[in-house]
Ligand binder design. Structure first.
Ligand SMILES: *Cc1c(COP(=O)(O)O)cnc(C)c1O
Length: 434
């Protein structure tokens, strides 16, 4: 399978090259040349397939011509080592719980898959690989944990000082070894800008093998399609698979784009809702047809504090830049911090279900926008205990911290301070050269 750049000014590459490069040289994002519809027999028996069987089908469709099937089978098996159950919250509304992985966030799926793919495609390369990742919280922990201890790969996690929750911070600052946390004096967009500048710095790239682990990387973004199939399969078994609407808490839009890809592969989804917090440039684009990136603002759902979503380019590309087509498939939604708090409280009081601030945006969108007869599924992208203080003050009750989350809090925080300035970051990277 060939991968092209959404900007169309770089040569097509193999999956292997797209995974190693991350971003295309023309600053575009890589997209698969074809998105194949899975065979009808697959959908006929989808209710009887295991999560791993579905994952293998999807993975083969994108990587099967570049990566041996036995390797893919092993990588998918290792990645999907935890369940993604669909839980009924109230009649017609389901939570797709994506927080049962090692760092209790949906990003574990993409990060674990990518770490294993990268290690495989680079196993013959003698050079050390440096993975750069900008995070507003969950990416850093998922990637750091996915890559921790992987030989030949060093991870540098850039995060905005004082803007990630204490639990999130512990999940990537305490690992040590091949993982370095860099505390940037700025906001998430500054972290993202530093990382992008490094990738485009030709001189630096002559000496250092750099790659990204943000959702611009195909090996992180595409495997997120796995759990849309798995959710559908679970609904099918319950006879609830007609007119399914997925509501996706969205920041950089990797997760939603993977859902759109699943739909193009034939998954019968009626429509999607892109649930934004107050950072709602996509919502505005849907309403007006005009896309105006802005600086991000801090909200309670901080993993969605993105002012210029990187995967927007992929959504435009999937639908030939046609605003009417896009707004036909995706509806928008926006929630203020006050909405998030009220939603967490109301949902808890009425149903007993504890939402995290991100899931709350998506649940609220379904409550407002679901039509009669439709089945709504919102993606619960993080465990509520990751946002303990916010959740407890909203619902007025203490929540318990799962053991594997508490374990991260024991470690010692280690990080490197960095101004939001490329010269400083460049100097740091240059010093890594051997
Ligand atoms: C990253 C993240 C999101 C946003 O996902 P995107 O793929 O960037 O849109 C939503 N919720 C949580 C908890 C996250 O960590």
């Amino acid at each position: 399978m060939k991968y092209y750049s959404t900007n169309r000014h770089s040569p097509d590459v193999s999956a292997t090259e797209a995974i190693v490069k991350g971003l295309a040289p023309d600053r575009g994002l890589y997209m698969p040349e074809h998105i194949e519809r899975l065979p009808q027999e697959f959908f006929d028996c989808i209710g009887h397939l295991s999560f791993q069987e579905m994952g293998r089908m999807v993975a083969r469709s994108f990587f099967g011509s570049d990566i041996p099937h036995t390797e893919l089978r092993r990588i998918v098996g290792d990645t999907l080592s935890f369940p993604t159950p669909v839980v009924e919250v109230e009649p017609g509304i389901y939570s797709l719980e994506l927080f049962h992985g090692p760092t209790l966030a949906f990003k574990d799926v993409g990060a674990r898959f990518m770490a294993r793919m990268l290690r495989m495609v680079l196993k013959e390369d003698p050079r050390e690989v440096h993975v750069l990742v900008a995070t507003s919280g969950d990416t850093g922990s998922a990637v750091a944990n996915g890559f921790s201890g992987v030989e030949g790969i060093r991870v540098h996690v850039l995060y905005p000082k004082g803007k990630v929750s204490p639990i999130q911070e512990c999940q990537f600052t305490t690992l040590g070894g091949n993982i370095t946390a860099i505390e940037v004096d700025g906001v998430f967009d500054d972290c993202q800008r530093l990382v992008k500048s490094a990738f485009l710095d030709e001189e630096l790239n002559r000496h250092l093998l750099l790659t990204s682990a943000n959702s611009i990387n195909i090996a992180r973004f595409l495997p997120q399609a796995f759990y849309y199939f798995n959710a559908y399969s679970q609904l099918k078994r319950q006879g609830k698979a007609d007119d399914v609407v997925f509501s996706v808490p969205s920041g950089n839009f990797g997760n939603l784009t993977a859902g759109l890809v699943a739909q193009k592969m034939g998954l019968p989804v009626k429509r999607f809702i892109a649930a934004n917090n107050a950072n709602d440039v996509f919502h505005e684009y849907l309403k007006t047809g005009v896309y105006t990136p802005r600086a991000s603002k801090a909200t309670l759902a901080n993993a969605m504090d993105v002012g210029d979503p990187s995967n927007f380019a992929r959504i435009l590309d999937l639908y030939g830049h046609d605003h009417a087509l896009i707004s036909n498939v995706v509806e928008g939604s926006t929630s203020s911090d006050a909405d998030i708090v009220a939603t967490m409280r109301e949902c808890y009081e009425k149903t007993g279900y504890v939402l995290d601030p991100h899931g709350a945006c998506a649940y609220r969108a379904l409550k407002q926008q679901l039509r009669p007869g439709e089945t709504g599924v919102f993606l619960a992208t993080a465990h509520p205990a990751k946002f303990k203080e916010t959740v407890e003050s909203a619902i007025g009750t203490d929540i318990s911290i799962p053991t594997r989350l508490a374990a991260f809090m024991q470690g010692k925080k280690q990080s490197v301070g960095m101004p939001a300035d490329y010269d400083a970051f460049r100097a740091y990277l240059s010093a890594l050269q051997k």
